[in-house]
Design a protein around this ligand. Sequence first.
Ligand code: MG
Length: 250
Amino acid sequence: MAPAPRPLRAVLLDMGGVLLDFGNAEGLPVGRHDWRGREALLALLRRPGGPPLAQKHLDELLFDPWKREHARRYEQVREADWHPHLARLRRHAKRRFSDRRLLAAWFAPFAETVTPVPGAREAVAALAAAGVPLALVSNIPLPSPLYRELLARHGFLPAFRHLQWSYDAGSRKPSPAMLHAALAALGVPPEEALMVGDRRSADVVAGRAAGVATAWLRSPDSAGPAPDFELAAMAELPALVTRLREGRRG
Ligand SMILES: [Mg+2]
């Protein structure tokens, strides 16, 4: 007879598509928000008598070289580093703004458009109120303070005991490394944890590799291994967690 499943003690949550809706799969400024952000970045960098600075300089010095590295993130299993490209832009502009200040200028118009996923705030609040340790495990293409600020703005931050970000970790899902780090931070073994994500190709693959149970919030990212559980909406998560904490899988 198979051993009885261990009661659940902790939940790991993805961010994009699970807590926050970025309007695109990557959580990056696109379209007119990208354009407005670039204008804000140029306004920050330009000064009277300074070197010429136009959109084409941003592409040549910053965005194009970063995108070439970003395109290799799956084979590298880590995020592309903005620093060398921002340093190149700073040298051209003869300005000293920090990486974070420059990226925040670009990111800000897009950040205004980010909204909570329906039911996510209530679900996370219910889990936190029930005393379930929560950790975030998120792939992000930009430094974590930009996204941490969004979690705070939308009321998610107090519920989390640990935040694990790919940009800081030097690893990204589907590698299980960030899940192992989050579990170690919570002091919970994999067989007593659940990973909740909207991408089977990243969250479910990483969860299975880490040895945690997986719950997939249905999305178009449906290729990859089958999850242990499926959620039609975040509102269903607290009841699933309650069941698993009681040791019931069915
Ligand atoms: Mg996601």
